[in-house]
Design a protein around this ligand. Structure first.
Ligand code: 4AD
Ligand code: MG
Length: 427
């Protein structure tokens, strides 16, 4: 007897052979002389038929939805069965007989989110998690192909990266520390040793916003490297995103099909992405009836208006310095403009932010002071500009926002196994 994954059985390799599968009962239908069990494992579903005269009959009668089983039987092609194969069951051993499974009755979104620990067994979540794994793999591949080194920054930090309003503080023995909002400043330290670095790590935001694109804990794909300009930075990001889309289409065909993802949209992701300046984006907004003025930050609604115009990923760059963080490098000929760039996509708006970093010690100190931050909190960051400063750029791409866009997911909550929002932190 050969132990097999369901996907292997469905591939037809084991046709007419006696095989063993391990799984859970997804559905059960009882006839007088025949019981149909739809069994799932991590790889897929298969129909198993149990005849009344087989030795598995008594167990088949007892099993309930989500009971865990080991089944022995013969695999054979059957056009009526989902996937084109079924298992004619010889014997069943029940590993864990399930109590009445709560999900069969109430399928409201809110309920499913409350029983997340059980809903993760659903086909939809199974498929999203598999693609998420692949997107992480393709991201790493892309950085490595470009000679980047993966590094591991800390999550406990002593000074804010982004604005204080989204900072989580926590008691750390007898001091106050914060949860990191971005690993950027730590990547900046590491470029002086490793030059091209990246990390894929959690970032935390005390976001009260309840939108389809906000979590309080999300996974951040961040890169940082020296001797590059804004154009290199955009080239790199668009190549990364188009590589991820291309590889996902190639390697996750079945998952995308089953999730009914709009493949046309993914196939259209081709470099170069359109690029417009912040000033041009304000012009587009005013033409569309917006009351926004030059200098105002773009909100979710504004981003959506511009993104729908493009219908594909694109960049907005050269933002007003006044709405950007202290570390953004400014144009030397016009300090009111910061070398900062966002990537946006339809429906979601911003999915990444990056830019050139201020590499001049005195200008950096001025920006820290102007931003109302305490110089002493950033003395190590200023050191980087004292000892062999170099021009450098970097970016941070939100993994979940990317997935929400790629897979047409309704809400960011379903792009991560254990979502954290203002209201959700269970389990
Ligand atoms: O725009 P943000 O705040 O930029 C930074 O953190 C930079 N320090 C990154 C860098 O240059 N290394 O965040 C970057 C991205 C956003 O574009 C978005 O995709 C994601 O992180 N993000 C969130 N995703 C989910 N929920 C939230 N609350 C998010 N906040 C930001
Ligand atoms: Mg941003």
């Amino acid at each position: 007897m050969v132990l097999m994954k369901i996907s292997e059985v469905l591939s037809g390799k084991s046709n007419s052979k006696v095989i063993t599968i391990r799984g859970w009962v997804y559905r059960k239908r009882e006839g007088k002389n025949l019981i149909f069990l739809l069994i799932r494992d991590s790889s897929g579903f298969i129909q198993c038929t149990v005849k009344k005269d087989s030795s598995g009959w008594v167990e088949a009668e007892r099993v309930t939805i989500e009971s865990s089983l080991i089944i022995d039987g013969i695999a054979k092609p059957d056009d009526r069965a989902p996937g084109g194969f079924e298992i004619s069951v010889n014997s069943i051993s029940i590993i864990g007989l399930a109590e009445i499974f709560p999900i069969s009755k109430d399928q409201s979104t809110d309920f499913l989110r409350n029983v997340r620990h059980l809903w993760l067994r659903s086909r939809k979540m199974n498929l999203i998690m598999k693609i998420r794994d692949k997107v992480l793999e393709f991201s790493r591949d892309f950085f490595r192909k470009n000679q980047f080194i993966e590094v591991s920054p800390p999550m406990f930090i002593s000074a804010a990266v982004e604005g204080g309003s989204t900072l989580f503080d926590l008691k750390y023995f007898d001091q106050t520390l914060y949860l990191t909002q971005s690993s950027q400043l730590y990547l900046e330290i590491l470029i002086y040793s490793l030059e091209k670095v990246f990390c894929i790590a959690p970032s935390f935001r005390a976001e009260k916003s309840r939108t389809i694109r906000h979590l309080t804990e999300y996974w951040h794909i961040e890169g940082e490297w020296p001797y590059a300009n804004m154009s290199d930075l955009m080239n790199f990001q668009e190549s990364l995103v188009s590589y991820i889309c291309e590889q996902t289409i190639l390697n996750c065909k079945n998952e995308l099909e089953e999730l009914k993802v709009d493949l046309k949209k993914l196939k259209l992701v081709k470099t170069p992405f359109p690029r417009i300046t912040y000033s041009e984006s304000i012009k587009i907004l005013i033409e569309n009836g917006s009351k926004l003025n030059w200098g105002d930050d773009l909100g979710y609604e504004e981003e959506k208006i511009i993104a729908n115009k493009f219908g594909c990923p694109f960049f907005i760059y050269d933002y007003p310095t006044s709405i950007k963080a202290f570390y953004c490098k400014t144009h030397r000929e016009d300090p009111n403009l910061a070398m900062s760039v966002d990537m946006l996509v339809p429906r979601i708006g911003e999915i990444s932010t990056g830019g050139a970093r201020e590499d001049d010690k005195d200008l950096l100190i001025k920006r820290i002071n102007d931003s109302g931050l305490k110089i002493e909190d950033y003395s190590w960051y200023i050191d980087l500009r004292k000892y062999g400063t170099i021009p450098h750029v970097g970016f941070g791409l939100g993994l979940e926002r990317l997935l929400v866009w790629m897979l047409d997911i309704d809400n960011i909550i379903d792009s991560i196994p254990f979502p954290r929002t203002t209201r959700r932190f269970y389990p």
